[in-house]
Write a protein that binds this ligand. Structure first.
Ligand code: SAH
Length: 254
């Protein structure tokens, strides 16, 4: 009697948008899958879904999506759950492991995470080398954690003079927090600090703005924007015909 191959689950990063930023491994994982689970916006980035069962959802309830993926895989199906950028950076991978932790009987399931190019690396490449020295990444969304914790981390990161990459700076439902975040940053960083708004990197709507902390308009950030706050050593170089290069030197003298 033919037995069904064992199920598997791949949590796949699609990169920031364009096909050339989709890794070969990610493409192969998607090609091999029978089921594709993900947020509609991300599914539309996948060139060929023919013959696959597509489970599109809105961006809410990541845990339910993860549980659904595990459930299908446990029944012998080959499943990918897709995330924009890298699935481990404010993406679906953590939700999958949260779901797995709740289901001890599924621990032997074949689960793998396939990395992707995260937004801050794509934005950094466009700009030059803003992350050339120590940096940190903060998710400004308070959907899943209290705003007080975000403020505390932002304050400490600013005081520690990290370059700071801000993911999820704003959305339609959260337009005020980014203003509060900038007020906090202005209390702890000099006015000349370089600020970058990197919008929709890799898409036709891509737009990079390089400005200073005292002149930056937080309203420039939306849900497709990654904000980079420079460290004290971060500087810019004029680039004829383009936005300035931004880099943070490797060497910082004490
Ligand atoms: N897992 C994703 C991040 C998900 S959080 C990754 O690794 O990139 C969503 C946030 O990522 C957005 O609000 C925005 O801040 C950032 N982002 C994702 N794609 C982007 C892009 N192409 N350009 C600029 N920022 C992007």
């Amino acid at each position: 009697m033919a037995t069904r191959a064992e199920g598997r689950l791949r949590v796949v990063g699609l990169g920031p948008g364009p096909a050339e930023w989709l890794t070969e491994e990610a493409r192969r994982a998607i090609d091999a899958a029978e089921h594709v689970i993900g947020y509609y916006t991300y599914l539309s980035r996948i060139p060929d879904l023919a013959g696959k069962v597509v489970h599109g959802s809105d961006n809410r309830d990541e845990l339910a999506r993860a549980q659904h993926g595990l459930e299908l895989a446990s029944r012998g199906e080959s499943v990918v759950i897709v995330s924009g950028g890298d699935p481990g950076v404010f993406g679906m991978a953590a939700a999958v492991f949260e779901a797995l932790e709740q289901r001890p009987e599924l621990r032997s399931l074949d689960v793998e995470v396939v990395p992707g190019v995260t937004a801050m690396l794509a934005a950094a490449a466009r700009l030059g080398a803003p992350l050339g020295n120590d940096f940190c990444a903060l998710n400004l969304s308070d959907n899943l954690k209290p705003w007080s914790l975000i403020e505390r981390r932002l304050t400490l990161a600013a005081q520690a003079d990290f370059v700071i990459a801000l993911y999820n700076p704003a959305s339609l439902a959260r337009s005020q927090q980014v203003h509060e975040a900038f007020a906090t940053l202005r209390r702890h960083r000099p006015p000349s600090t370089i600020v970058v708004f990197a919008h929709a990197v890799g898409s036709k709507e891509e737009e990079l703005r390089v400005t200073r902390l005292d002149e930056a308009d937080p309203a420039a950030a939306d849900m497709r924007t990654l904000v980079i706050i420079g460290a004290e050593a971060t500087r810019s170089i004029a680039r004829p015909g383009g936005v300035p290069w931004v880099y943070t030197p490797r060497r910082i003298d004490g």
